[in-house]
Design a protein around this ligand. Sequence first.
Ligand code: NDP
Length: 249
Amino acid sequence: MSNELKERVALVTGASSGIGEATAIMLAEAGARVAVAARRRDRLEDVARRIRERGGDALVIEADFGIEAEAQRAVRETEAAFGRLDILVNNAGVMYLEPVMEADLARWRQMFEINVLGLIAATQAALPGMRKRKDGHIVNIASTAGRIASPTGAAYSGTKFAVVAFTEALRKEIYQDRVRVTVIEPGLVATELREHIGHAATQKAINEWAESVRQLQPDDIARAILFCVTQPPHVCVNEVLLRPTDQER
Ligand code: NDP
């Protein structure tokens, strides 16, 4: 445990696996009290146990961020348990990929609800406390897919372009309240994300590509997030784009 984030309270959404899990543990190791939120309680309990074993403080919040009220409740529960919320890492997300002509719009709607509206709802809930204290940090996880659209990614890219736009507009609305806003745009990261693509041919193609590159690891993204949230108060890292060295697009 270090002290860089001592007295800070963080909420990491989608902390039951991948980038969120690694980020929750890294923020806790830097001294933050961390609320971990997602749908799979057993996985969250495991993350919380690992944080507590290292001397940290963790709170488990089972919540579905595809439901606005649940995203808001996660913020309220964090504030109730730890007294405040300083760092919100909006990481929960899914990646459903398929060609437009074959698209299951119910699934695409659900993806927008999780990746975009859940993120907005959690942000809205977190802002009053942050603005009041003139201190806080919103970290949104977008993607290289939020910069470049590719076949089968019409909707997934749409959600991530939306996160990038939301983050920049939000920054301009709240910078005078000294709330910092950062968007993180990772390239290919080795996580469970690709297991739920939902289109067999696309999943196969991406898995084959993934095997051909040295993928980023969840810890690589967590380190970037830690860098952003440990800058002095007058420094706001607005955007971090990081790809595997082997990734072209
Ligand atoms: P994982 O699948 O490992 O993690 C996704 C997390 O989101 C899980 O904790 C999952 O938890 C949570 N989640 C999904 N749906 C919901 C929901 N409805 N409510 C609450 N939590 C939810 O993948 P990653 O770690 O890769 O993904 C994290 C973020 O990183 C995503 O936003 C993704 O788009 C983004 N990203 C990933 C990249 C990659 O290559 N892996 C590249 C660029 C961006 P649970 O199922 O328990 O609810």
